[in-house]
Design a protein around this ligand. Structure first.
Ligand SMILES: Cc1cc2nc3c(=O)[nH]c(=O)nc-3n(C[C@H](O)[C@H](O)[C@H](O)COP(=O)(O)OP(=O)(O)OC[C@H]3O[C@@H](n4cnc5c(N)ncnc54)[C@H](O)[C@@H]3O)c2cc1C
Length: 387
């Protein structure tokens, strides 16, 4: 059997095997590239299938270039959502300012929006059949050795791989197993958010986002042809001790903060109270000293979550996977050099996006106090805000 650490895959010998933990944007994109580079790829995903749901993904700039290189841009275009207006509202539903949907033909200014599930399907179709999928399982142990990484799966089986890619999101299992200190890299941004996607509510026209803020509280609606996103966010200086399995407690937290608020909030709260899946979490980023250790490397939210506030978590995962593949191509047979190159080249961009989200992004979407809100509204009225 070939040494699993073999990088360049000579003709006629078995391909080196790599393992990816997580089958979302980072995991599927990494699988695409590694397969293309000649590796045999296995993906382990905790869920029993692809994890669906969530708000649409923005595709612009380098992400367009990456998806074009992956041969997926045409499929993305066919699923692109109509452009959306963005409006900041006051209590009487008056518009303070915003941004009209762009109808520009300038390719460099192009921004596409696609439902998260559609992009997930496009990525999955590209790798389905050429990678081994292990759904409903997870890693319980990762041991880096001189010739490869030995991993233990939750079903008790064990295997060795040349490389392991941690693509398992904000609460990455790979990060916890390999880098330890579960929460040390999580940067709390000072708030919590609730998100629920429901069939069209009629609360706003299709193809529009509306945002209403008072100090410390923001309510946001995204309207599409067939559905509405209900998003509620509150600021908190400290982290709240809550049980992530206790949905009733999370609903209560939302009520504690939003009861009595005007605009369309009472109608939004009615959806908080009805049965159905919703997402509630702290707003946080992942800021690590290093994204790799030995033969294990992190991609996407696992290594450098930029937070939903940045509005480009999906893009960053796709860019990360492509940059990593470029680095591996540049340093065949030398994973240490490849991982260093990947991090050196991408880190400045990640840090810039994280910084902007933690400062301007937070004060634009979730003003913490009256002063921040007044400053934001002044800029909106002047039209000097950069969305
Ligand atoms: C269901 C869902 C809904 C989302 N909705 C939004 C949204 O509305 N707005 C937004 O800004 N961002 C959302 N996100 C996050 C967004 O998808 C990411 O920021 C972005 O896509 C980066 O992708 P990623 O692949 O790095 O991480 P993620 O998309 O978070 O994917 C991580 C994957 O790893 C899997 N995983 C987790 N633990 C393990 C484990 N122990 N073993 C194996 N696999 C594991 C997860 O099931 C998931 O498939 C959502 C993520 C998920 C999973």
């Amino acid at each position: 059997m070939a040494n699993p650490s073999t990088f360049v895959v000579p003709m006629g010998i078995p391909q080196a095997s790599v393992l990816i933990s997580g089958a979302s944007f980072a995991g599927l994109a990494t699988a695409y590239w590694m397969t293309k580079l000649g590796y045999r790829v296995t993906i382990v995903e905790l869920a029993s299938g692809l994890r669906r749901g969530g708000t649409p993904v923005d595709i612009e700039g380098e992400t367009i270039e990456v998806l074009s290189r992956m041969g997926m841009m045409e499929a993305v275009r066919t699923k692109t959502l109509p452009p959306r207006d963005f409006e900041f509202k006051d209590e009487n539903d008056g518009t303070l300012g915003g941004l009209k949907a762009s109808s520009s033909d300038d390719l460099s200014a192009r921004r596409y929006e696609i439902h998260r599930d559609d992009l997930l399907d496009i990525l999955f179709e590209a790798v389905e059949g050429s990678v081994e999928m292990k759904f409903g399982r997870s890693l319980t142990q990762i041991e880096d050795g001189p010739t490869g990484v030995t991993v233990m799966f939750s079903d008790g089986s064990q295997s060795e791989y040349a490389l392991v890619f941690g693509c398992d999101g904000n609460r990455s299992n790979t990060r916890n197993l390999v880098f330890g200190d579960a929460d040390a890299s999580a940067y709390f941004m000072g708030g919590y958010f609730y998100l629920r996607v429901v069939p069209d509510t009629g609360l706003l026209p299709a193809n529009r986002t509306e945002v209403f803020s008072v100090p410390g509280l923001t309510a946001m609606l995204n309207g599409y042809e067939d559905r509405t996103d209900i998003a509620l966010a509150f600021r908190s200086d400290r982290q709240i001790d809550y049980d992530y399995r206790d949905k009733a407690q999370q609903r209560r937290l939302i009520h504690d903060h939003f009861d009595g608020l005007g605009w369309k909030v009472p109608s939004m709260l009615a959806y908080v109270d009805t049965d159905g899946d919703f997402y509630f979490d702290r707003a946080n980023q992942i800021r690590m000293k290093s994204w790799s250790k030995g033969r294990v490397v992190l991609v996407g939210d696992a290594g450098y979550c930029v937070s939903p506030v940045a509005g480009m978590g999906g893009s960053m995962a796709l860019i990360g996977a492509a940059r990593l593949a470029d680095a591996i191509t540049l340093h065949p047979g030398d994973h240490a050099a490849a991982f260093q190159e990947y991090e050196d080249k991408l880190r400045p961009f990640v840090e810039e996006v994280q910084e902007r989200a933690a400062t301007d992004g937070m004060s634009l979407l979730f003003p913490a106090d009256a002063l921040e809100l007044a400053e934001r509204n002044r800029k909106l009225i002047e039209g000097t805000i950069d969305l």
